[in-house]
Each structure stands twice: as structure tokens, then as C-alpha cells.
Design a protein around this ligand. Structure first.
Ligand code: GLU
Length: 416
């Protein structure tokens, strides 16, 4: 059986949720497709003098609730279908979090690890200039995603500001704080995930203190999730990155400070000393209380879902679980906190950043954290209650809740 692409999965998830609420077929047809997709060519002068032309995308799925919002990823495996799926997931994510945004997503087909800093800057400016005409603080607001960061956002914002002739801070979010970034944005996806895990643990009677954890992926989301769970007394016993995974025992849990130091110094978590090396696949099947997939799509499938032993799967990544795997996990009593809920903390603090940019007044870390917690706890409760009401898993519940909001906005606007 050939693997489904992320867009096929996103459509299937939409159809499954639509069935639960008996959503009109015409509306489903409309929601299946993004409003607009732009494909651009980005010529970049490389350091050796040669010219390389990269391909970039921006997909705008739906803006019934507000301007399109969502990150831009740099990855060699970026495809049109992936970006379309990710933009649809952003529509639902923003709706679940109660944000006044629609969904968008961008991507550039590139392995950023192979580019020099200068090449990366030229690529970033070139991409943003190429999509600038469909971007803006009231139109579509990009942010980081896989392998993009505050530096990328600074280049994007600067390029856009140069084009328009004044500082347009609100055109992207997750900027460095010195140029309009919000306090707490860097850690916000993990912080939000932590708040949701905390609520979920309460709901199922799991004590976070001494709970065991495995984290797949040690980028922005995975690494800070380690930090916050460790601070709550949980024991992170396995982590991984694209080079491999490491495992230790609950009496000697992995320390965030040490793992991040090794990761920064050597480029991978696998160089941590005194631990057992395992594979990324093995990590997913460990006997832990909480599993956090925080890397890429399609890692939990019908093949390994029966072997997953975690009580809670908290999706830091977008799209890590296939619909078939969802059914298996639900049947086995595993509580899946779906991406559009679990990792909504990132876009939520993006929203807070955008609000601060618009008013030109900035909140303290404590103020941002309190607002984020409020957003995440509300989102969790709304999804949890929807799950109880319809007697469905948390992903279906999150979809039902989100779709209802988007459809209500579309109705008022006379789109349907
Ligand atoms: N890329 C992140 C996500 O998938 C953040 C998006 C944003 O802040 O706009 O949710």
C-alpha cells in the first residue's frame, strides 16, 4: 500500500469530522481546497558564484475568521501537497485556540543545513519578496516552522519593510524581541503543549511528577518540552533527532541542560554520554506515560500504533498520526492530544505578538504566559467537552469544534 500524502490525510480527517456533524456536502467541498496557492521560483546566487533556483510555496486555506496565519518551513521534502495540508491544519488550529485568524502555510524546498548564512539570507529575502504581494499584517502573517527561526523572521520582516518603505513589524511573528518579537514566543509551542498535557493528565488521573516521557525531535518544540516537563517533575527518559535516539532509565532521567548543550555543540543528541542508542522507531514504542512526537508527519501509522504504550500522545509536530493509527490508539485507550490543540501555543503567542505590534505596547513574560495559559486551558476544555458530547476521540472533537466555528463565520459572511 502506498503511503497517503499529508493533503490526502487532511482531507480524510475533514471528511471524518464532517460526518459526525452531518455537514453539508458543498461546505465540505469548499473546505477541502485552499483558497489560493502561490508557487514561486527563487533564484539565489550561491557563494561559489553559481546560480540555484529554489521552489517556494504559500498556501492560503481559509480566512473566514481573520487573516491567514501560519509558518514557513525549509526542508528538502517540502511538497505542494504538504503545504496545502499544513495550511488547512492551521485553519483548524487557529479556530480551536479561538484566534481571529484563518490558516496559511509556506515552504521552500531546500536543505538549509547545506547553505551558508549568506545563502540562507538571500534565499529568505528572495522567497519573501516573491510572495510579498499576497502577504501583509491584515492579509497573511507568516511565522517559523521546521528549520526556520527568529533570524529568518527578521530577514522576512526587513525585506517586506524595505519593499513598502516603513517598518512593518506585524507582517511576521516570532521575531527577535528587539525588533517587535514577543516575550515567550520562542518557548511558546512547548509551553502551550505543557499546559495541555497538564490538563490532560489531571483529566485521566496521571501524576506528572515522576511520569515518564519520550520525545521524538529535539528542535524548538521537542527541546523546550523537555525543559517544561522536567520542571514539573516528569522524567524524560528518551529523546531523538534526525540522527537517532537515546534512552536512559527513570532513575537517571535526561537533563535538559545537558542534552541541549550537547545538541548545540555537536549538532545531535546522540552524542550525549552514558546512554543507550536506539532508533527513532523504537523510541515511539517505549513503555512511557507520555509520548511527544515533535518532528515530522506520518510517524505513527497503522503499523506501529498497536505497539504504542504511552497513556498520552501529545502531538508537538503537525500531522504525526495517520487516521488509521488514530482509530487504533483510541480503541486501545491512548489519549491523543491532536496537533491542532497540543501545538497551538506557538500560533497563540504569535497572535499576542501581532496584537502587541499593532498597539506598540509590550507585555512582560509573566503577562504573556498567563494569557497563553488562559488560551490553552480554554481550548483543551472546549475540545474535551466536545469529545464527551459526541463520544469521539480528541482529534475528531477538535475538528468538530473548529469546523463549527469556521462554518459559523462563513454563514454570517454569506459565503455558504
Ligand atoms: N509553525 C507553527 C505552527 O505550525 C506556528 C505558526 C504561527 O505562529 O503562525 O503552528
Amino acid at each position: 500500500m502506498s503511503q497517503k500524502n499529508p493533503y490526502e490525510i487532511a482531507v480524510e480527517q475533514l471528511e471524518r469530522a464532517a460526518e459526525i456533524i452531518d455537514l453539508d456536502k458543498d461546505i465540505v467541498e469548499r473546505l477541502k481546497r485552499p483558497d489560493r496557492v502561490l508557487i514561486v521560483s527563487i533564484p539565489v546566487r550561491m557563494d561559489d558564484g553559481s546560480l540555484k533556483v529554489f521552489v517556494g510555496y504559500r498556501s492560503q486555506h481559509n480566512n473566514a475568521l481573520g487573516p491567514y496565519k501560519g509558518g514557513v518551513r525549509y526542508h528538502p521534502n517540502v511538497t505542494l501537497e504538504e503545504v496545502m495540508a499544513l495550511s488547512m491544519w492551521m485553519t483548524w488550529k487557529c479556530a480551536v485556540a479561538g484566534l481571529p485568524y484563518g490558516g496559511g502555510k509556506g515552504g521552500v524546498v531546500v536543505d538549509p543545513k547545506k547553505l551558508s548564512r549568506g545563502e540562507l539570507e538571500r534565499l529568505s529575502r528572495g522567497y519573501f519578496a516573491a510572495i510579498a504581494r499576497i502577504i501583509g499584517p491584515d492579509i497573511d502573517i507568516p511565522a517559523p516552522d521546521v528549520y526556520t527561526d527568529p533570524q529568518t523572521m527578521a530577514w522576512f520582516m526587513d525585506e517586506y519593510s524595505r519593499l513598502y518603505g516603513y517598518n512593518v513589524f506585524g507582517v511576521v511573528t516570532a521575531k527577535p524581541t528587539i525588533i517587535g518579537g514577543s516575550e515567550g514566543r520562542l518557548t511558546s509551542t512547548s509551553r502551550g503543549l505543557f499546559f495541555v498535557v497538564e490538563e490532560a493528565a489531571k483529566a485521566i488521573g496521571l501524576d506528572l511528577k515522576n511520569a515518564t516521557v519520550a520525545i521524538q525531535g529535539y528542535g524548538n518544540v521537542g527541546s523546550f518540552t523537555h525543559k517544561f516537563l522536567e520542571e514539573a517533575g516528569a522524567k524524560v527518559i528518551a529523546v531523538s533527532d534526525s540522527k537517532g535516539a537515546i534512552l536512559t532509565s527513570p532513575d537517571k532521567p535526561l537533563k535538559f541542560e545537558e542534552v541541549i548543550r550537547v545538541k548545540r555543540k555537536t549538532g545531535s543528541v546522540i552524542n550525549v554520554k552514558g546512554v543507550k542508542k536506539i532508533t527513532n522507531e523504537e523510541l515511539l514504542e517505549l513503555d512511557v506515560d507520555i509520548l511527544v512526537p515533535a518532528a515530522l508527519e506520518n510517524v505513527i501509522t497503522e503499523k506501529n500504533a498497536p505497539n504504542i504504550k504511552a497513556k498520552i500522545v501529545a502531538e508537538g509536530a503537525n500531522g504525526p498520526t495517520t487516521p488509521e493509527a488514530d482509530d487504533i490508539l483510541y480503541k486501545n485507550g491512548v489519549l491523543v492530544l491532536p496537533d491542532i490543540l497540543a501545538n497551538a501555543g506557538g500560533v497563540s503567542v504569535s497572535y499576542l505578538e501581532w496584537v502587541q505590534n499593532r498597539m506598540g505596547y509590550y507585555w512582560t513574560p509573566g503577562e504573556v504566559d498567563a494569557k497563553l495559559k488562559d488560551i490553552m486551558v480554554k481550548a483543551f476544555m472546549n475540545v474535551w467537552n466536545t469529545a464527551q458530547r459526541y463520544n469521539v476521540d480528541m482529534r475528531k472533537a477538535a475538528y468538530v469544534y473548529a469546523i463549527n466555528r469556521v462554518v459559523e463565520a462563513m454563514r454570517w459572511r454569506g459565503w455558504i
